[in-house]
Design a protein around this ligand. Structure first.
Ligand code: GLN
Length: 485
């Protein structure tokens, strides 16, 4: 039995019945990491010793006859922009190399309390800016389905690790698609919860009004189990919502009868690969056959989403990244003449080119004289986009689209053309602007590469998305296929 291939809920059964030990499971995962990591490059840092120690503690609990929680003993990887006490956290940037956080993010503490075992920190685009993980300052992550292609980004390390069997579940962050797009490219499930559903305390900020932490997993059930642990109010994050967290596994019933699903035409139009469109159309047919009503609808302002996002996100980033000045964290340039020179040299030497581009764009958009024309206007457009979604979601229970316009692209294909790279987020970005939840799940293969179906829901209605995703999954087998590495 290849333990590293199983899901958390399958492994929980085996652990509870004492058919396997947590030590055995974690060793199997680390053996797998050693076997394939050279080809994949999912991790920036691994925590093997710590993991095996934690696994032994879970085994002691089982031996003592204690009932263990669903994620207890399960290997989980964390994107490297989520702070882990005593464990290096870089956000994929040279400016944070050597930074060891003195505290853990709330989500890390919650996973820890739930018994999950941290396997390490996963690779990402620097400060989560990118769609291919090519912007990492440290290493290249390869798509497990074809190592000549990108895993997507910015949570590319987390998606590749889950897909390659280098971990069972992972956390990512999603500001404009960074969980859903890599999940689609690597053939796994990824969810961006409603803005405010998960605490961002300890998440290294990129664009604070858009950032949200969420799970990447092998199937919808594991995604629900992860949500059960990470969702909920946190007094340490003023943007976290105070809501009653349901048991998300309660929504995993195989029934979509009577649900009304809208498919925004804007997400199926220009630039969408024909194979991609065909996969989504067969998903629509399947859901219809299972009893849902599926029809086309419109989000008229969606055409402005990319422009609004690439003003708002860089504006917030330029402010959030001002703190990296060589004084308080990580990298500091040597041989500076004075303080101002030290700031300039540190930031010039340690930020990568995409991050610099965003800081310049954002600073420009916020500057006196341009603020009204760019930033303020983008905020107004954001409201129109949000209202489009609210209107559509009054009529429909959820919306459906492809997660990405194409399957995973090749290395170097877009990295020198920022606009081309930005366009790969066309289907995911407006979900963040609206603040609603979105999930991507495997829905087929195009050119031998997995592709994703995106479901978008009402605020805090992750449940309906899980219900539809689960039903789709029970009636297909895409999630059961594994890449040969
Ligand atoms: N690819 C988008 C960007 O570069 C989104 C990134 C994200 O969601 N973190 O900004």
């Amino acid at each position: 039995m290849q333990l590293f291939r199983l899901t958390a809920h399958e492994l929980h059964g085996l652990l509870s019945n004492k058919e396997i030990s947590a030590e055995e499971l974690n060793k199997a995962v680390f053996d797998r990491i050693e076997a394939v990591e050279d080809k994949i490059g999912a991790y920036i840092c691994r925590t093997k010793e710590y993991a095996l120690e934690r696994a032994l503690a879970v085994d002691r609990q089982i031996k003592n006859g204690e009932k263990i929680a669903p994620l207890s003993g399960i290997p989980v990887a964390i994107k490297d922009n989520i702070c882990t006490n005593g464990i290096s956290t870089t956000a994929g940037s040279r400016i944070l190399s050597g930074f060891i956080p003195p505290y853990s993010a709330t989500v890390v503490n919650k996973l820890d309390a739930a018994g999950a075992v941290l396997t390490g920190k996963t690779n990402m685009d620097e400060f989560a800016m990118g769609s291919s993980t090519e912007n990492s300052a440290f290493l290249t992550t390869h798509n497990p389905w074809d190592t000549g292609r990108v895993p997507g980004g910015s949570s590319g390390g987390s998606a590749a690790a889950v897909s390659a069997g280098e971990v069972i579940c992972a956390l990512g962050s999603d500001t404009g698609g960074s969980i859903r797009q890599p999940a689609a490219f690597c053939g796994v499930v990824g969810m961006k919860p409603t803005y405010g559903a998960v605490s961002r305390y300890g998440l290294i900020a990129f664009a604070s009004s858009l950032d949200q932490i969420g799970p990447l997993a092998r199937d919808v059930t594991d995604c629900a189990l992860m949500l059960n642990v990470i969702c909920g109010h946190d007094p340490k994050d003023s943007t976290s919502a105070d809501f009653a967290v349901p048991d998300y596994t309660g929504f995993l019933n195989e029934d979509v009868r009577g649900l009304k699903i809208g498919v925004p035409e804007e997400f199926m139009a220009e630039g969408i690969d024909p194979g991609m469109r065909a996969s989504v159309e067969s998903a629509m047919t399947l859901l219809e056959n299972l009893g849902a009503t599926v029809e086309y609808t419109n989000l008229p302002h969606n055409k402005y989403a990319l422009s609004a996002y690439y003003l708002i996100a860089p504006a917030e980033a330029s402010s959030n990244l001002a703190r990296y000045d060589g004084v308080r964290y990580g990298y500091r340039a040597a041989a500076a003449e004075d303080v101002a020179d030290m700031f300039i040299k540190t930031r010039s030497e340690a930020f990568g080119s995409e991050v610099k581009r965003r800081i310049m764009l954002g600073t420009y958009g916020l500057s006196a004289g341009y603020y009204d024309a760019y930033y303020l206007k983008a905020l107004k457009v954001r409201t129109l986009i949000k209202e489009d979604f609210e209107r559509a979601l009054e009529k429909y229970d959820l919306l459906l689209s492809p997660t990405t316009p194409t399957p995973a692209f090749r290395f170097g294909e877009k990295v020198d053309d920022p606009l081309k790279m930005y366009l790969s987020d066309i289907c995911t970005i407006s979900v963040n602007l609206a603040g609603i939840p979105g999930i991507s799940l495997p829905c087929g293969f195009v050119d031998g590469m997995p592709v994703g179906l995106q479901l978008m829901g009402k605020y805090f209605d992750e449940g309906t998305l899980l219900r539809v995703a689960y039903t789709f999954e029970q009636n297909t087998d895409y999630h059961k296929r594994h890449p040969e590495i």
